[in-house]
Design a binder for this molecule. Sequence first.
Ligand code: ATR
Length: 300
Amino acid sequence: MSATNGPSSSNAASIAPAQAGYDLYAVIGNPIAHSKSPVIHARFAEQTGERIEYRSLLAPVDGFEDTVRAFVAAGGRGLNVTVPFKLQAYALADRLSPRAAAAGAVNTLRFDNDGIYGENTDGIGLVTDIETNLKVDLAGARILLLGAGGAARGAVLPILERGPRLLTIVNRTASKAEALAQQFGQAAREAGCALSGGAPEAVEPAPYDVIVNATAGSLTAEVPECDPRAFGPNTLAYDMMYGAQPTVFMRHARSLGAKTSDGLGMLVEQAAESFRIWRGVSPASAPVLAELRAMLATPA
Ligand code: ATR
């Protein structure tokens, strides 16, 4: 009853159907070889007894849609979508979930009889990791979101849905944070949350409960500008990035006395949500997160 990883990768010219009795899924991106999604979904399938075959699918940068169509023609039932195709997946979907519509990006596609359904599970993955795995309540919390790109935009609605007291969004380019505050103004009012967006100077000079780094700064070992008084001993400083070592943002936050987490749990939780959307079954994320953590610590 277990899943198989299938071939390590396929491309549009050669997408084989799944083995008999199995449903076909994949993660699509470029590059894709280092994606952890095949391992995660194979474990979910083993746990739940779902008969799925999950592959990694390399699409040419200019060939996303063709590759998706070929995947569907081969019997594909759903895709996880990663860099650089999340905006194209959004455009391709016939129907969008409210979260995907708000995020303006799609990381999960499901191929239904009546068309292509697009969802974005990144933000709910973040929220689930913070609340369930890290045991920090977002209801009533003061939250600071650093960054206003795609990753930040996808997080705003799932955060607001948890009912925080305050959400401050700041970005190096202030106008993008202001635009996000504008876009989600109504949702914030409905959630009873004070939402503001602006330049890094808009950070309140007192500890937040949660600070989420949604900037791409960790990729280049840069810490986004942020008032050090925003970090306190009860602050959870969460970096959406992850790696074998703590990110520069995590090291910075620790030096200011804050608790920290990287984004590995978010990766597993967004996958768990995708699995639920495809299969209607909830996998157990904790053992998979523990296995990935151990894999990170001992690279091949
Ligand atoms: P993603 O989809 O990963 O969010 P993106 O849409 O390109 O990628 O957004 C990157 C985010 O990281 C932006 O908020 C960007 O700030 P700008 O809007 O000012 O470009 C932010 N960012 C990238 N490098 C940064 C750095 N060194 N310091 C602060 N913010 C940074």
